[in-house]
Design a protein around this ligand. Structure first.
Ligand code: RP5
Length: 162
């Protein structure tokens, strides 16, 4: 099996129904990825180890999804030089607006690229990770990403309204 280039982490198993869309999108593009539950609040030591070892282990991008007081993307970004893409997971009480604000409002100095709340954000984070790999020189990923976009365009152009 190929060494993972993208690490998908999330604060809870309950985030998987959102984050699996990132995993599926990367898989469809042929990008090797790993996914783990790593909680900033419940398993802070695991988060520290994951972020600190990510670059050495060969990861190029980290996608971090979390809901509520969503500290995982920001804390991970503070601990690794890799680009961190944050996905706000839709929470029950505040519908993910809490997650979005928690992730997007990073103080200047430690960036987290923040995506839409929920499934769209998870898909786009994966496509953005692919774009990072492609512009970094991965020709296979560039080809897959170009093909994905061309196919998406054809589908929309061919679509008929009832
Ligand atoms: C966050 O708390 C997780 O990312 C999750 O979105 C939220 C709720 O977690 P559970 O109580 O469902 O485990 O840390």
């Amino acid at each position: 099996m190929a060494k993972p280039l993208v690490g998908i982490i999330m604060g809870s198993t309950s985030d998987w129904s959102t984050m699996e869309h990132a995993a599926q999108t990367l898989k469809a593009l042929g990008i090797a990825a790993e996914h783990h539950v790593v909680s900033a609040h419940r398993t802070p030591d695991k988060m520290y180890d994951y972020a600190k070892t990510a670059e050495k282990r060969g990861l190029k991008v980290i996608i971090a999804g979390a809901g509520g007081a969503a500290h995982l993307p920001g804390m991970t970004a503070a601990l690794t030089p890799l680009p961190v893409l944050g996905v706000p997971v839709e929470s029950h009480t505040l519908k993910g607006v809490d997650s979005l604000y928690s992730i997007v409002q990073m103080p200047g100095g430690i960036p987290v690229a923040t995506f839409a709340i929920g499934k769209a954000g998870a898909i786009n984070a994966a496509l953005f990770a692919a774009a990072i790999l492609a512009t970094g020189g991965d020709k296979k990923v560039k080809k897959a990403l170009d093909a994905f976009r061309a196919e998406q365009t054809s589908k929309v152009l061919a679509a008929k309204l009832p």
